[in-house]
Design a protein around this ligand. Sequence first.
Ligand code: ITT
Length: 193
Amino acid sequence: MPLQLVFATNNRHKLKEVAAKINGEIQLLTLQDIGCDQDIEETGSTFKENAGIKSHYIHTKYHMNCFGEDSGLIIDALNGEPGVYSARYAGEHGNHAANIKKVLEKLKGIENRKARFVTVISLIWNKDEHFFEGAVEGTIRHQPAGNGGFGYDPVFQPDGYDITFAEMSMEEKNKISHRAKAIEKVIAFLNKA
Ligand code: ITT
């Protein structure tokens, strides 16, 4: 019988990326699978706090092993923006085109394009909370490129590559991304648990 683990996300892209990393020993359940249609409000001021809000919401209500993930883009020249506000940087939650436009406008004329994606996962396993992190360094392109992925992927070029995350296949992105690194740590933890 595989271990059951709920992923507390409403983001289908995150779900797809994480599901592709998980093998048969863990059965990933979605919010839909457990009958939860709640949009869990992210009121924290750090990735860690927000990740914990999502996992605790599910654990308190459904008493199941679960994890929440909070992630975002940190741009050095913008003092870490959009950071925890990545999903709603231009106002409306999840308006990726508007978010990208805002980033490119703010970076106009700025030479330092260094940025990183970060992920924090809060895993609640046998009632205890454990945190896992992942990050990937890169630069912000001047123009979007590619149709894959989601969010800021069309303007994020990871270090060591000459294409953006949106120009990669999901498998390629999933080898090096912030989310992939964090979920690999979760899998290693569960394999020892
Ligand atoms: P849940 O809270 O339901 O998990 P969400 O999309 O609201 O989904 P977050 O609050 O963690 O997730 O916001 C993450 C935002 O950061 C996301 O909307 C993107 O704008 C950006 N982001 C995170 N990971 C990304 C990735 O791999 N590629 C591109 N953008 C990413």
